[in-house]
Design a protein around this ligand. Structure first.
Ligand code: SF4
Length: 85
């Protein structure tokens, strides 16, 4: 298998079933997910940093309602320093 994906497009593993989506009252919200970086001025908003380009760069996605948004890659906890690289 060859990887021909351009680094500016969405990661190849971003499948619809696991993608970020609205889920009212979810028990797995972005707000408690380790991949979320909360907006410093508005805790309802944030950015998801779970996706990586083939070259390792973070592909950020805006989260408009961190309490009612989730995805298949939700993980509770804090991001360790190593996960940032
Ligand atoms: S990985 Fe999923 S649940 Fe976690 S912040 Fe990103 S979109 Fe939200």
């Amino acid at each position: 298998m060859t990887m021909t994906q351009a680094s500016t497009s969405a990661p190849a593993n971003a499948q619809p079933a696991v993608q970020m989506h609205r889920e009212e009252g979810t028990s797995r919200p972005c707000s408690i997910c380790k991949w979320q970086t909360p907006d410093p001025t508005d805790p309802i908003r944030g950015q998801c940093t779970v996706n990586r380009h083939a070259n390792g760069g973070v592909w950020k996605r805006w989260i408009r309602d961190a309490l009612n948004t989730t995805c298949g890659r939700h993980e509770e906890g804090k991001l360790s320093f190593r996960d940032h690289v």
